[in-house]
Design a protein around this ligand. Structure first.
Ligand code: NAP
Length: 562
C-alpha cells in the first residue's frame, strides 16, 4: 500500500471530526493548514480526484490568472514565499496547480484530504450541535463545524439548448476540459460565449485550429493582459518586497497591487485623463480597471467617456470595422461587469480562419449531430466548446442538500438571493462557516487575499468557541438583516447594479437567475472596509452571534499518531 493509500484508508475508517472542510481548493488548503497547526482533528473532502479546486478543473487552453502571480500566492509562510519561483507575471493553470500541490506537500496536508467524496447532504443535528454529512461514497460523517470552501465559480452551467446530447463530435464545458491533450490542430471548433474564459481560449487557439467560429450573444469589454516571464533577478526583487506587496494589497479595495487614482475624474482635464488611460492600457494587469478613476464605477457620464476610449482602442486593433462594432458592448459600460484580460483576443478576429457570429441577431436554435443550427443556417464542427459560465457564488451551495435548524433548507432560504452575516454565517445554520461566502468581500477581491482573510476569521471564531467550551454559534436574525441591507445598499451607488453579470446573480441558464432579478452577491465596500467590519465584530466578542454550550463536548484534538 502506498503512503497516500494508507492515509486514505485510515481517514476513511473515521466517521467523526471536529471540523470537516468541504473543498480542497485554495481556501480548503489554507483552512486545513490553519486547523492542523492548532492540532484540531479535521479533514478535507472534495468531489474531485485530487486537490486544486478551480486549478484542478479548468484546464482549457489559455487558462491563467488575471492577478499578478506573486499577489495570488499564499502570504502565510515566509519559507513558502522564499521557496516558490513564479515564472510568469500572470501564471497559467498547469503552474498554478503545481503550486498548490507544492504547498500541500510542503506542509504534509494531503493525508488530511479525502478525494472523490462529494458531500451530497449536510444536516444539522440540533440535539448534539453536530453536522451530519452524507458522502457520495455512501459514508455518513459527523462534525462540530462544517467549513464550506466550495468556491465561487465551481458550479458550471450549460446552455439550455435542445439537442445537447445529439452532437457526434467532441463537446465540453470549459470547466471540464479533458485532462488528456485535445487534438485541435486543423479542427473546426466552435466556442459559445464571450466571457473571461472564452476570451482566454479564443486568443490562445485561434492560430492552432483549422477554423474557429465564435458565437457571441453579448459582447464583453476586455483589455490587454501584457503577460511576461519573471526572471530570477525579478523574483529576487519580488521576494525582498513581499511585505510591501501584501501591505499594498490589503490597502487597496480589490486586494491587488493596483490602487485607484484618487484624483477626481472631473478635477483633471480630458488630456490628463487620456494620459492616464494610455498608460494603463499599455500596462500589465487590472490597472485599467482598478487603478482608474473611481467615478468610472459610479458615474454614468464618466463611465461612458472611458468606455468610448476603450471602444476606440478596440477599433484600432480589429481590422474589419463591422467585426469591431459587433465586438463593442452597447448594453453596459466598461468595468461594470468583471473585466476579462486578454492576450491576442481582438487580433484573433483579424485572422481568416476566425469567424464571429452575432447570435443576438441569429440565435442558436439547437445543437445537431454535426454541429449547431442558428436561425440563419447550419454549422458543422469537430469540437464544440461551451464557455457558458457558472451558477456563480451560490451555485455550489444550491447543489448540496444543506439543512439547518428545524430542517430549513439553505436553498429555500436563499431562493431569491443569499442573506448572511458578514458573508460567512447564515442564521439558522449554526457552525456552518463560509470563509468566502456570498456577501463576503472575497469575490470582489484578488481571491486568495480574500480567502486568507475569511479563513483566518473563521478559524478565530472556532478558537474562541473551543477556548470557552461553546458548542454552537448562530448569528441573530437582526444582525444578518443589517449585514444584508448594508450589502444591498452598497449596490445602489455602483453602476454594476444594472449589469447582467455574475456579480448581480445573472445567469440565463439557471431558473430564477435571469436578467432583472438582482441578487446581492458581493460586498462592494472593498477590502479595508470589509476587514475593519469583521474585525470589529470579533473584537466585540462576536456581537451579533448567539453562542450556546448545551451539547456534550467532543474530542477535538488530533490524536498524536494521526
Ligand atoms: P461568464 O463571464 O458568465 O460568460 C459566459 C458567457 O457565455 C457569456 O458570454 C454568456 O453570454 C454566454 N452564454 C451563456 N449561456 C449562453 C447561451 N445559452 N447561449 C449563448 N451564449 C451563452 O463565464 P466565464 O467566461 O466562465 O467567466 C466567469 C468568471 O470566471 C469570470 O468573470 C472570472 O471571474 C472568472 N474567470 C477568471 C479568469 C482569470 O482569472 N483570468 C478566467 C476565466 C474566468 P450572455 O452574457 O449573453 O449571457
Amino acid at each position: 500500500m502506498t503512503k497516500d493509500a494508507k492515509s486514505q484508508a485510515k481517514s476513511h475508517a473515521k466517521s467523526h471530526y471536529e471540523v470537516i472542510v468541504v473543498g480542497a481548493g485554495v481556501a480548503g488548503i489554507y483552512q486545513i493548514k490553519r486547523l492542523l497547526d492548532l492540532g484540531i482533528d479535521a479533514t478535507v473532502v472534495d468531489s474531485a480526484p485530487d486537490l486544486g479546486g478551480t486549478w484542478y478543473w479548468n484546464r482549457y487552453p489559455g487558462c491563467r490568472f488575471d492577478s499578478e502571480s506573486y499577489t495570488y500566492g499564499y502570504s502565510f509562510s515566509r519559507e513558502l514565499l522564499d521557496e516558490w519561483h513564479w515564472k510568469e507575471r500572470f501564471s497559467g493553470q498547469p503552474e498554478n496547480l503545481r503550486y498548490l500541490n507544492f504547498v500541500a506537500d510542503k506542509f504534509d496536508l494531503r493525508r488530511h484530504m479525502q478525494f472523490n467524496c462529494a458531500v451530497e447532504a449536510a444536516h444539522f443535528d440540533e440535539t448534539a450541535d453536530l453536522w451530519r454529512l452524507k458522502i457520495s461514497d455512501g459514508r455518513e460523517l459527523s462534525c462540530r463545524f462544517v467549513v464550506l470552501a466550495v468556491g465561487l465559480l465551481s458550479a458550471p452551467t450549460l446552455p439550455r439548448l435542445p439537442g445537447l446530447d445529439s452532437f457526434k463530435g467532441r463537446s465540453f464545458h470549459t470547466y471540464y476540459w479533458p485532462h488528456e491533450p485535445v487534438e485541435i490542430r486543423g479542427k473546426k471548433v466552435a466556442v459559445i460565449g464571450t466571457g473571461a474564459t472564452a476570451i482566454q481560449i479564443i486568443g490562445e487557439i485561434a492560430d492552432k485550429v483549422g477554423e474557429l467560429t465564435v458565437f457571441q450573444r453579448r459582447p464583453n469589454w476586455s483589455a490587454p493582459l501584457h503577460n511576461s516571464p519573471i526572471s530570477d533577478a525579478e523574483m529576487a526583487d519580488i521576494r525582498a518586497r513581499y511585505d510591501e506587496i501584501f501591505a499594498a494589497c490589503s490597502r487597496s479595495p480589490g486586494g491587488f497591487e493596483h490602487e485607484p487614482d484618487r484624483r477626481g475624474f472631473y478635477d483633471v482635464t480630458r488630456e490628463e485623463r487620456l494620459q492616464l488611460w494610455d498608460k494603463l492600457y499599455g500596462e500589465p494587469g487590472f490597472g485599467i480597471w482598478l487603478a482608474n478613476f473611481r467615478e468610472i464605477f459610479m458615474d454614468e457620464a464618466a463611465n461612458a467617456e472611458f468606455s468610448a476610449y476603450v471602444a476606440e482602442r478596440m477599433r484600432q486593433r480589429v481590422k474589419d470595422p463591422e467585426v469591431a462594432e459587433t465586438l463593442i458592448p452597447r448594453d453596459h459600460g466598461f468595468g461594470v461587469q468583471r473585466v476579462p484580460l486578454e492576450t491576442n483576443y481582438l487580433e484573433a478576429y483579424n485572422r481568416d480562419n476566425v469567424h464571429l457570429v452575432d447570435i443576438s441577431k441569429t440565435p442558436i436554435e439547437r445543437i445537431t449531430e454535426k454541429g449547431l443550427r442558428t436561425t440563419a443556417r447550419e454549422y458543422e464542427f469537430d469540437i464544440i466548446v461551451y464557455a457558458t459560465g457558472f451558477d456563480a457564488i451560490t451555485g455550489a451551495y444550491d447543489r448540496t442538500d444543506i439543512r439547518g435548524v428545524g430542517g430549513e433548507r439553505l436553498f429555500d432560504k436563499w431562493k431569491d438571493g443569499p442573506s448572511t452575516f458578514l458573508g460567512m454565517l447564515s442564521q439558522g445554520f449554526p457552525n456552518l462557516l463560509m470563509p468566502t461566502g456570498p456577501q463576503s468581500a472575497s469575490a470582489t477581491t484578488n481571491f486568495p487575499r480574500g480567502i486568507e482573510t475569511g479563513v483566518n476569521w473563521c478559524t478565530d471564531l472556532m478558537r474562541y468557541m473551543w477556548d470557552r467550551g461553546i458548542t454552537r454559534a448562530d448569528p441573530t436574525r437582526a444582525a444578518e438583516e443589517r449585514w444584508t441591507a448594508h450589502v444591498t445598499k452598497m449596490y445602489e451607488i455602483m453602476l454594476m447594479r444594472k449589469a447582467r453579470g455574475w456579480f448581480t446573480g445573472y445567469n440565463s441558464n439557471v431558473d430564477g437567475h435571469e436578467a432583472g432579478k438582482v441578487r446581492y452577491f458581493v460586498y462592494n465596500g472593498g477590502t479595508p472596509k470589509y476587514v475593519a467590519a469583521i474585525n470589529e465584530v470579533a473584537a466585540s466578542g462576536y456581537e451579533g452571534i448567539v453562542f450556546s454550550s448545551t451539547a456534550p463536548p467532543t474530542a477535538r484534538r488530533l490524536a498524536a499518531n494521526a
